[in-house]
Design a protein around this ligand. Sequence first.
Ligand code: FBP
Length: 540
Amino acid sequence: IQPNNFHSLRTKYQPELPQLLQLDELDTKTETIQVNPQIREMFPFLCKEEVKAVTFQAANANENTIRAPLRIGCVLSGGQAAGGHNVIVGIYEQIKRRHPNSQLFGFLKGPIGIYTGKYEELKDDTINYFKNRGGFDMIQSGRHKIETEEQFKKSLQYCQSLKLDGLVVIGGDDSNTNACLLAEYFLKNNCQTSVVGCPKTIDGDLKNEFVEVSFGFDTACKTYSELIGNIMLDTVSSKKYYHFIRLMGRSASHIALECALLTRPTWAYIGEEVEKNKTSLTQIVTQLSDLIEKRYKQNKNHGVILVPEGLIEFIDEVKILIKEINTILAANKWEADQVFNNILTKLTPESSKLLQFLPRSISDQLLLDRDPHGNVQVAKIETEKLLIEMVQAELQRRKYAGKFSAISHYYGYEGRCAFPTKFDCDYCYSLGVNAAILIENKFTGVMSCIRDLHKNPSEWNAAGFPLVTMMDVETRKGKSVPVIKKALVDLDGPLFKFYQQNRDKWAFHDYYHPVGPIQFEGDQVPPFLINGKGFEFEEV
Ligand code: FBP
């Protein structure tokens, strides 16, 4: 690395740790918490006794404490999210501080690395290179799940042969559900390896009373917001384009809402509101066309519209269509070029009509293979182009006198691996340190949680919350299974309310707010998603 390039400057940054996690000796404090009785039955070993959350407090230093080296494995699971490397760096530096002979092993390419025994020992040179750096390229990630008895057995064998004190699973809702199943399996089979989860996903939907925000969300939103702001400045300069910007976030619209609050666009759709109001595709197109006509009367032929990538699945008739397609695709195997025609014969008349009405490029995207968790790959559906096409047709039908020149954008992958914001650097490092402490104290089936994130990092708190307390039972493929529920945008929460109160003003009076690039020094604004705690909304 060149000595002055940005990467080498970032590697010099030592993430801030909460004061509590800097202490040499910690006492643990546990508190019983309630678990859904159905979940208790599904996890008899984790729930054998009372299920407890753990927090830490300062303890008297004891010079006579003899510490043994720790051996920990870690894995990155699912989509990339900025800061993942710092979780690993946090684990590494913590176990080395405890004992210089401690060792950290990275399982390669996601959970498949655990059950195939593909791993690499991580040492100083690797750790120092990846510190504060985006991406998951240190050990790569993957979307495999540990599912079959054979895979669980193999995972246990490899963790045992490596004599691991703990395994840290860095992932989203599905990956942490998988981590919990693994913790249960290890306990049942007398395996000494603790399993600890860390909350990752740019989507921000791994959020509950224990997890304030998942890491990577802050960096993704701030990266997208920089780009949105640049587009805003361009469009108010030329005043001739409508920009339709689709933003990543598979299901929940947290990213779109956060970016809207940061940048104040002409309009932002929030999928959860569309679902609640049962807004149809035609209604969305009518609303947008009305907005464009009204702005034209004010002499405005430009605008910036934010479209969450999950929107398509929240539109009532599309949701029904996708559900039908999923069932039909699961039961039939056709050659790729026959899927469209064959599926039309099996859909209900309404869904068949809709599939034929949609532009062929979009209907083909709806028919693409599902991801390993059975989800439609919304990242590949160009909803922004669909809206542009439909609005164009509607304006033509209305004999619109103004000019509608639209440009489509998709901001997705570029937000997942950017250099993590200072918030994500510090947060992830603390998550890693805390995970190592939880393992040292032999807690298993817990999520490493860092809380009070609206405060300065030195004042953050650390805890371990049992994964079973975050679970609900859902029916999937006809079977009751435990899942960590995705948190959707709270339509009664302060963030959506604030947007709702201001959006009409923003729609017609261009309150664009270009935020500029991510800053790594000076005052930092944590993500609003932490429920606006400690954050005063600036009235606009
Ligand atoms: P995770 O839930 O695994 O963090 O991934 C989220 C995400 O980035 C979504 O926002 C997006 O729709 C999807 O992954 C894209 O998946 P892929 O990387 O497989 O194209």
